[in-house]
Design a protein around this ligand. Structure first.
Ligand SMILES: [Zn+2]
Length: 309
């Protein structure tokens, strides 16, 4: 698969997340489901992958299952986060019932053929009515780069040639982008705000937002990445800038992987994180090789910091 088509794919995903009209969180779940089934199943020789809607529905149940318990006890509310701006999303209402019936155990629910199938069918039909045709509408126009609505038949969609393989190559990145947006979405639903509260750390974000916290991470990055600028690969003599490789709004959950050291001027020149494939590849390479060490050191630095206060 050519590098150009990989970049185009990621750009399309990004546009979809940035500009698509996401009223409920279903579209995030659908994107995640497509990424996950692409990893689990092999595309055919033409690069297409047939994905039954029931399979997507089972994924939805898995994703939303832990989300239908209360985020925390809260006055005058069930404490469950809303997944929709109006009424609670209907899939979640279904799952509340299923959870009650099986004491919260997903495994037990799966084993009960009749009730499970019933729920899968209901969820399937919601997926078909809502996110399936809305997902690829960007700024009011259809952009069918994942699957064609017209190809839907026998209860299955067909991922277009190359799509499954792109999802496989960028599974981790796509998931982080999707989950980041999903969290932001829940945060903006008004009725969720008092439940989440000002102090609750919904995403477990490690570094806070202050410049000072980022400064504390500079030494960790020096140890892991060395003394050269991430973007131009030239030596940094002055105080390097700690940069978020992908902006926080797009990638709010991370364990340090998203931070790089750069010359202040290189940092300023960088526009879109997808503008340059080399940077994206280098970033992926670094995280595959040093991601764990980075997360460990970040955790230690964080611990150290909180003792010091
Ligand atoms: Zn530089």
């Amino acid at each position: 698969m050519s590098a150009a088509s990989e970049v185009q794919f990621l750009r399309n995903i990004q546009r979809l997340l940035d500009e698509g009209d996401f009223v409920a969180t279903y579209k995030f779940a659908l994107l995640q489901a497509l990424a996950d089934v692409s990893v689990e199943g092999a595309p055919d020789s033409g690069g297409e992958l047939v994905v039954p809607l029931d399979r997507i529905a089972e994924k939805f149940i898995g994703y939303y299952w832990p989300q239908v318990v209360p985020f925390r006890p809260f006055n005058g509310s069930d404490g469950i986060l809303q997944q929709n701006t109006g009424q609670q999303a209907s899939i979640l209402r279904e799952l509340v019932q299923l959870r009650l019936a099986f004491g919260g155990k997903l495994q037990l629910a799966r084993q009960n053929g009749r009730l499970w199938q019933q729920t899968v069918r209901k969820v399937s039909s919601v997926v078909r009515e809502m996110p399936l045709w809305k997902l690829q509408v960007v700024a009011g126009k259809p952009e069918e780069f994942l699957y064609r609505q017209a190809d839907f038949k026998d209860g299955a969609i067909i991922l277009l040639p190359g799509v499954a393989s792109h999802f496989r190559s960028f599974h981790g990145l796509v998931l982080r982008l999707v989950r980041g947006r999903w969290l932001e979405r829940e945060r903006t639903v008004k009725s969720n705000q008092p439940i989440i509260g000002a102090e609750a750390d919904l995403e477990g974000f490690l570094f806070g937002t202050g410049r000072k916290a980022l400064d504390g991470f500079r030494e960790v990055l020096r140890e892991v990445d060395g003394l050269n600028c991430f973007y131009c690969d030239r030596r940094m003599n002055g105080v390097p800038e700690v940069d978020r490789f992908i902006s926080r709004s797009r990638y709010p959950i991370d364990l340090g992987h998203n931070f790089v050291l750069a010359h202040p001027q290189c940092n300023n020149q960088k526009r879109d994180f997808l503008a340059d494939l080399r940077h994206l590849q280098r970033w992926g390479h670094r995280n595959r090789h040093a991601g764990m060490a980075l997360a460990d050191k970040a955790r230690q630095a964080k611990r150290h910091q909180s003792y010091a206060i």
